[in-house]
Ligand binder design. Sequence first.
Ligand code: HMG
Ligand code: MG
Length: 298
Amino acid sequence: SLPKKVKIVEVGPRDGLQNEKETISAEVKIELVNRLSAAGFPNIEAASFVSPKWVPQMATGSEVMQGITRKPGVVYSALVPNMKGFEAALACGVDEVVIFGAASEAFSQKNINCSIAESIERFREVAQAAKQHGKRLRAAVSCAFACPYQGEVPLSAVADVVRRLRDLGCDEIDIADTIGVATANQVRPVMETAIREFHIEGLSGHFHDTYGQALANIYASLEVGISIYHSSVAGLGGCPYAKGATGNVATEDVLYMMKGLGIETGVDLDAVSDAGQFISRHLGRKSVSRVGNALAAK
Ligand code: HMG
Ligand code: MG
């Protein structure tokens, strides 16, 4: 049987916006995060403390974190690749820091400019600092299904990096289809591999929707018992170091599916849909959420 309840982590303000070419003001990002917390998400990925030379759009992280209205009980997360990022995240009161590695050597080099082994050593220091300061620690595993640079990614590589991240003391580990190419039959073996290395309650599915497979992949993950999913309002997004990859699965679509399956999320679909229309207006284009657009047309 499927889980009765899932945690939806809204990643739109980070994964969704990081790839936008035009600079989006901190004000707009702040309003987006506030609308999302009001909609009931338990966890919002609000910022990224990476090099502004690598991802200029995320340079406003501190401003955003300091400008939002902190809703009690909501976990606000931010990406942190190294100690410099950790210090910045700490200074503005991030609740959860997210280290981000990969199951693919080639992607690790392109995205964070080091090998997988080097990344783990870099993360070790961040992990220790996070524990010391009582922060939650999450890790992303990019390219757990396929890599845009090296193609296939063996299950043994997924197992290996999940194990190493677990040993750093992560509370949660994200299994990511960075380029949105996986299909449902691939989900089971990859998730089962991760489940052998890490407690299932702490594993999440992070699916990009490039090939339109994300909802099917979430369903397949529900069948193996995964109960945390990442999604992006209005389907915003794409990774700057994964060419051609589109956004995460749209949150509105995920919420609609969960509602139909009788799975509790605690999130108000109409409020998310409004937030999706708000940010799409600001970006000057139509939302790519099918559900969001259907609701807006009513
Ligand atoms: P590097 O060039 O090897 O690092 O980059 P460095 O230590 O040599 O530093 C270079 C410059 O960046 C220096 O500045 C540093 O001070 C600065 P300079 O002296 O030249 O003026 N710098 C920083 N500035 C601000 N905050 C920091 C920071 N660190 C260094 N934290 C580095 C290595 C990791 C920094 C770089 O590769 C980087 O920032 N990469 C981030 C790439 C990224 O953000 N990708 C998108 C997020 S991952 C993703 O989307 C996937 C995910 O969604 C899951 C999935 O879908 O797969 C999570
Ligand atoms: Mg992503």
